[in-house]
Write a protein that binds this ligand. Structure first.
Ligand code: SF4
Ligand code: SF4
Length: 354
């Protein structure tokens, strides 16, 4: 296992970290597969990762990750607490709410988390999170009180992560990326503001969907060139822990075109890297539709179509009649949005008829 610095925190984290979603039990609306191990088995899986050099464990409150937080607490009690780094999170945006959730997390874990993230921050809630008496102010207070080690912002949106990178109250960022959805990672690498912060990467396997077209060594090796601190891998079995942590993977360079060509052996993907440069003046988040289209073909059919249905009709109508095409001017991949959104629309229409 190799180790990297976690920004300016002074912590050193394993290059690959343990994502705890797959060890949860309970019915919570998460995408990746989970395996329902009982607590002793889950603790033993985490211990296996520990023995293989993993020192970063990431979880969230029970409403998001079921009983994974409690299982992580049980595991933490079996090892030297200082030898692991616990990263925790909650999807609450006001200061009062997140303060309460951190105290509840400490109870569930039986120990103070080293990093605590405001989870799933998007542009709609960002002003509340970053504003006065918002969640970030509360995390900053909790850090000064010694109840958490470091503050964090977790988001799927580059705009939010960039805002967090410029904010001196934030120590660590958590964002998503993989060899296909690499646009945000490319932007983070180019932007100096991110240098000072720790960066935890998630979705390296795209919630398991890229395993199949690509092998685990390709998926891990393919992101190693990026300047993250630790890349989280969802682990739910001993075999997965072994596969993820026993080997020291070499960096593999895949061009974006090579990744798309591999996917084309299975379906015609939308060649979008999720850089999120295509800001639509009318508020349509087309890259999310493109992602769901690709996820549909990678195996998450029902889930992806249901997500797509939410705003697709509206987006489709607007894009077809749009003359502005501001989104296309920013797209370095040269996508023609109305054509691509038409393909997405056709998929959903055909699915409805089945
Ligand atoms: S084509 Fe027009 S409506 Fe559609 S996303 Fe682009 S700017 Fe927005
Ligand atoms: S459509 Fe183009 S600009 Fe938008 S996220 Fe995808 S690659 Fe980036």
């Amino acid at each position: 296992m190799r180790y990297r610095k976690l920004g300016n925190t002074g912590l050193v984290v394993s290059e690959l970290g343990f994502g705890t979603i797959p060890i949860l039990r309970g019915r919570v609306p998460v995408l990746p597969q989970y395996y329902n191990p009982d607590t002793p088995t889950a603790v033993a899986i985490m211990k296996k990762a520990y023995d293989l050099g993993c020192n970063l464990y990431d979880t969230a409150i029970p409403e998001e990750y079921g009983d994974a937080q409690m299982k992580l607490g049980e595991f933490a009690a079996t090892v030297d607490r200082k030898s692991i780094i616990i990263s925790d999170k909650a999807r609450f945006y006001s200061g009062a709410d997140i303060y309460r959730e951190v105290l509840r997390s400490i109870e569930n874990l039986g120990t103070e988390p080293d990093i605590y993230f405001v989870h799933q921050v998007d542009d709609d809630c960002a002003d509340e999170v970053f504003g006065r008496y918002g969640a970030l102010d509360a995390l900053y207070d909790l850090k000064r009180e010694g109840k958490i080690g470091f503050t964090g912002i977790a988001s799927h949106y580059y705009s939010v992560l960039y805002r967090a990178a410029l904010d001196s109250r934030v120590d660590v960022l958590q964002g998503s990326g993989n060899i296909l959805e690499r646009g945000m990672l490319d932007r983070v690498r180019e932007e100096k503001a991110f240098c000072e912060k720790g960066f935890i990467l998630n979705k390296v396997y795209a919630a398991g969907l890229l395993i199949g077209p690509f092998s685990v060594p390709e998926l891990i090796g393919g992101v190693l060139e990026y300047p993250f601190s630790s890349a989280l891998l969802g682990i739910g079995t001993f075999e997965q822990a072994d596969e993820a942590f026993a080997e020291e993977y070499d960096p593999v360079h895949f061009s974006f075109e090579e990744v798309v060509a591999r996917l084309k052996e299975r379906f015609e993907p939308v060649a979008c890297d999720r850089c999120e440069r295509c800001v639509c003046p009318f508020g349509h988040e087309i890259h999310t539709s493109f992602r769901q289209f690709n996820y549909y073909h990678l195996g998450k059919e029902f889930w992806a179509v249901n997500k797509l249905k939410m705003d697709l009709e509206n987006t489709y109508r607007h894009c077809l009649s749009c003359t502005e095409h501001a989104c296309m001017r920013e797209c370095l991949r040269g996508l023609h949005m109305p054509e691509e959104i038409e393909r997405v629309h056709e998929l959903v229409r055909a699915w409805g008829k089945e």
